[in-house]
Design a protein around this ligand. Structure first.
Ligand SMILES: Nc1nc2c(ncn2[C@@H]2O[C@H](COP(=O)(O)OP(=O)(O)OP(=O)(O)O)[C@@H](O)[C@H]2O)c(=O)[nH]1
Ligand SMILES: [Mg+2]
Length: 634
């Protein structure tokens, strides 16, 4: 592992924690402000917690034997002095393998038996059911023990062909697979469906998750990977090998699983050492590599700059043997550079963006509220200073003017209450569009269409109908939020215009990301439905699996959209309500203090002293807030 990469990842992790710390400070700051913003500070606590738990997922995707596992070994585990994850000729990694670190559990390899494919539960659900997994302890201090345990990732077992067909693991129709059938009617299938490696590597500790995947057949058999795991990875490394070039199945993986799906992806042309030829000059070798890289870029329709040429194997050897020249020649450093200086920083920027949207908006509001309060108190102080030594009549006059202002304010507030009631009702409707019950209804009716017409057409029609209805609900929710915001702005404007409350700064509800997610799911559904391989009735199993994957991905998108909408409702309504209530309290306090002064002129100076103290406290609060703001943008 390069210094760069380690440094970047640990900086990133440190910065993330610092940000989370600043958010917690802000939340404490808010709590101190008369505890009026408990709702907002709760929200901030959530934001800080999710920052602390944030993960960076890098997935490696390719046809078998292109060197994914070797590359993972070279990039992340070369320091162990050996090949930690099993990498070998032919099909090696038999199941998707997730490498991560969870400090709450002992280092272990957890394996999900292949038979669980029969089950209705999704992989995501199964991940939370420890009894379904076989666990093997790992000893991080003993690379040999680790290496031995990790051999389990390559395990296969014989399964009766009928069962393998049922589970979508083997296809009797496929000529290329037919020879795998043994005399006893069995075929070899992967022993495990999914593997999780909990291991305290510094990069994993800093929040990196690595996903190693097996080749085309295994990827296709697990739609959840295509529908949600790969699309939600922050970066996908797609591998090709110089000895095979871009084959048909390479292209299929690229098109089906990477190009359309992955957020950020690059192609890695691996095994360049196979082009190293001692009978050729360096320049000739370099030219041959360059030609192949350009050809790869052309076929994949990628800019040349997104194609990396490496030799994972030589990089691994070079690191183990500390051969600096070979390491440079292997090209691995350009990939490390990419991870350290593009993938990680872009994740960092995204996080920053999310944080600033969530926190800075709120912080700006706190700041303008505080400014407004400071201004109000200073004005009151000036007024009291002017009144000091004056006669009762003048004070009575001031009180009467203030009473008028208070009455007019109360009238505005009463009027606003009607809007608020209406908005609350609309908020409930908005949330109903995104509820689990709504989603269940959509899925049940989709399933009914499928079961009513157990033909490929019926099935695909059902799935398509579901996707459309889900999208429609998100659209409805967004539209409702927009119209709520308009009503709120119309109602609030009187507070700003007539009573000088700060301007309202509520952002629009943006469910775009989730609609985009659903759109991609819909495209995926279309592609799935059009794929002749899925049109055969025998592939019912696959359609059911696909349905399961789609529902799972949709549920996730809906649940995230719901959280976003809930949050929006709170940001839209709560601060406004708090501000309105708080201004009323302020007018009340001011009136009663004038009343007291009228009854006893001596209290005027007490009140002045009290305001001076408040102003000084607010100035301190303002300094503290600026310090927190500086930390958030640092
Ligand atoms: N010459 C050469 N061989 C390599 C290179 N990278 C990987 N290999 C070899 O290619 C074979 C396959 O590598 P793996 O890392 O197992 O490939 P994979 O993509 O993980 O394959 P599956 O796990 O089967 O999906 C192994 O024998 C590796 O040693 C390389 O850069 N150069
Ligand atoms: Mg592998």
């Amino acid at each position: 592992m390069s210094i760069h990469l380690e440094q970047e990842v640990s900086d990133f992790s440190e910065r993330r924690l610092r940000l989370a710390g600043a958010i917690t400070d802000y939340s404490n700051w808010l709590d101190k402000q008369h505890g009026i913003d408990a709702e907002r500070s709760l929200r901030l606590t959530d934001a800080a917690a999710s920052l602390r738990q944030d993960k960076l997922v890098v997935a490696f995707v390719a046809e078998f034997s292109r060197g994914k596992t070797e590359l993972i070994n070279a990039l992340f585990f070369a320091d162990h002095g050996q090949r930690l994850l099993p990498s070998d000729a032919g099909r090696t990694t038999m199941c998707p393998t997730e490498l991560f670190f969870n400090p709450g559990e002992a280092p272990a390899l957890s394996l999900l038996p292949i038979e669980t494919r029969r089950r209705e539960e999704s992989l995501t659900t199964l991940k939370h059911m420890p009894v379904e997994w076989c666990r093997v302890s790992l000893d991080p201090t003993d690379p040999r023990q680790m290496q031995q345990c990790l051999q389990k990732l390559t395990e296969t077992r014989p399964m009766p062909a009928v069962e393998a067909i049922e589970l979508g693991l083997w296809s009797g129709e496929d000529a290329s697979e037919r020879h795998q059938l043994q005399a006893d009617g069995t075929v070899e299938v992967p022993a495990w469906r999914y593997a999780m490696v909990n291991y305290p590597h510094p990069l994993l500790q800093a929040g990196l998750i690595i996903l190693d995947t097996p080749g085309l057949n295994a990827l296709g058999a697990e739609p959840e990977l295509t529908l949600s795991v790969i699309p939600s990875a922050h970066a996908v490394m797609y591998l090709l090998a110089t000895d095979t070039g871009v084959t048909r199945s390479d292209l299929e993986i690229w098109q089906k699983h990477v190009h359309r799906h992955a957020n950020y992806h690059v192609a890695v042309l691996n095994k360049i050492d196979m082009l190293w030829d001692e009978l050729k000059s360096d320049a000739e070798v370099q030219a041959a590599i360059e030609r192949q890289a350009e050809e790869t870029a052309r076929v994949l329709k990628l800019p040349r700059s997104r194609v990396f040429t490496v030799s994972a194997q030589k990089a691994l050897v070079a690191t183990i043997k500390q051969d600096a020249a070979l390491r440079i020649r292997s090209g691995i450093e350009s990939l490390e550079y990419l991870l350290a200086h593009q993938v990680i920083p872009s994740r960092r920027d995204m996080l920053h963006h999310a944080v600033s949207r969530e926190v800075m908006g709120s912080l700006e509001e706190s700041r303008s509220d505080l400014d407004a309060r400071l201004k109000r108190s200073s004005e009151e102080l000036v007024q009291l200073t002017q009144l000091s030594g004056k006669n009762r009549e003048l004070i009575e006059q001031t009180r009467a003017t203030l009473q008028q202002e208070k009455d007019s304010y109360d009238a505005t507030a009463v009027h606003f209450r009607i809007t608020r009631k209406m908005l609350q009702g609309q908020g409930e409707q908005l949330m109903a569009n995104l509820s689990d019950a709504t989603l269940d209804e959509i899925c049940t009716s989709g399933r009914a269409v499928m079961e009513g017409s157990w033909t490929t057409h019926g099935l695909t029609h059902g799935i398509r109908q579901m996707s459309e209805q889900m999208n429609d609900r998100l659209l409805q929710a967004t539209k409702m939020a927009d119209s709520m915001l308009e009503s709120l702005e119309r109602a609030y404007v009187r507070f700003h215009r007539d009573h000088h409350l700060p301007k309202m700064q509520v952002p629009r509800l943006d469910l775009g990301a989730y609609r985009h997610r659903l759109k991609i799911l819909m495209q995926e559904t279309d592609a799935f439905c059009r794929d002749p391989a899925n049109l055969l009735l025998e592939k019912n199993f696959m359609i059911r699996r696909f349905y399961g994957g789609l529902v799972e991905a949709a549920r996730k998108a809906f649940s995230l959209a719901r959280t976003e909408a809930e949050r929006w409702l709170r940001i839209a309504l709560d601060p406004v309500m708090t501000r309105i209530r708080e201004h009323k309290q302020y007018l009340d306090t001011r009136l009663s203090s004038l009343q007291r002064i009228l009854e006893n002129m001596g209290t005027l100076h007490n009140r002045m002293a009290q305001i001076k103290q408040e102003v000084s406290d607010m100035r301190h609060d303002k300094v503290a807030l600026s310090r927190i703001a500086a930390q958030l943008v640092a």
